[in-house]
Design a protein around this ligand. Structure first.
Ligand SMILES: C[S@@+](CC[C@H](N)C(=O)[O-])C[C@H]1O[C@@H](n2cnc3c(N)ncnc32)[C@H](O)[C@@H]1O
Length: 249
């Protein structure tokens, strides 16, 4: 990501990190969503993407072949994921699902293509103008497997976040990662606490682990408890390595 690209991103006021709760300010009352008490000028001057760095970095780190992003008001997260995917030069694709329910922003598919080509990501992002509930009835969903990177930022009502999670959790690859946004403090209105409520349920499932980044409106990373450094693996090593102080590796 070069200076010029970042400059272009910041030229669009709708994409400023504070607008969607992505700013580099600690989450939680009284700064719900990182929209108050926020030095917008400073972050714009220093081109600080806040949580946006994480989206871009995760795409560069995981080098995902298939990514899915559900929901985004103006594309903050999908654009930064797609930019990372584009910079990977590995033919990765991001499927972006948003029915444009909040306003008409995503309704014109031609306009969306222009919007994305302005960020040079048109060839790595496919937008589908459907709700999750409609999308899961399509062949695209049925044939979709092994999602390496997923972002969930659609309706924040519990039933809908739960639906997003339930429909996609079994499609995530073993080493895949799932991002929940607005997972800490989007609003004091409990109806908007859907992401946190679903995460509290995931916390009880031994098959998953998660990590909160308490910035903006909050971002939580979820992954399967799949990798080798499990309790069982370490116990097995304890038994097998008779002289660990001598045989260092
Ligand atoms: C506004 S964003 C969430 C907040 C985000 N952090 C922001 O401020 O940009 C919510 C998006 O989810 C989409 N959405 C709402 N219900 C949905 C559903 N059932 N399935 C998929 N997307 C949905 C809306 O169209 C909207 O664009």
């Amino acid at each position: 990501m070069d200076e010029k690209w970042l400059e272009k991103f910041f030229q669009n006021k709708d994409l400023h990190p504070n607008r969607t709760g992505q700013s580099a300010i600690f989450a939680g009352p009284p700064n719900f969503g990182g929209r108050y008490n926020y030095d917008e000028l400073e972050d714009i001057k220093t081109k600080n993407l806040g949580l946006g760095w994480i989206y871009y970095s995760l795409a560069r780190l995981y080098k995902p072949k298939l990514s899915v992003a559900i929901g985004s008001g103006r594309g903050f997260c999908p654009i930064l994921l797609a930019k990372g995917i584009k910079d990977n030069e590995n033919k990765g694709i991001l499927e972006f699902i948003d029915p444009s329910l909040d306003d008409d922003f995503w309704k014109n598919l031609e306009k969306n293509k222009e919007y994305f080509s302005n960020f040079e990501i048109n060839d790595v992002i496919n937008h589908t103008l459907l709700t999750t509930q409609e999308f899961v009835k399509t062949d695209k969903y049925k044939n979709m497997n092994k999602i390496d990177l997923m972002s969930i930022d659609a309706s924040h009502f519990y039933e809908f976040v739960k639906d997003d999670w339930e429909h996609f959790k079994n499609k995530i690859s073993d080493n895949g990662i799932i991002i929940f946004h607005d997972s800490i403090s989007r609003s004091a209105n409990p109806k908007w606490s859907g992401p946190r409520k679903v995460l509290l349920e995931i916390a009880k499932d031994p098959n998953y682990q998660f990590f909160d980044l308490k910035f903006g409106a909050g971002l939580t990373l979820v992954q399967k408890n799949f990798f080798e450094q499990s309790k069982e693996y370490i116990e097995k090593l304890d038994k097998e390595w008779t002289n660990p102080d001598k045989d260092l590796f």
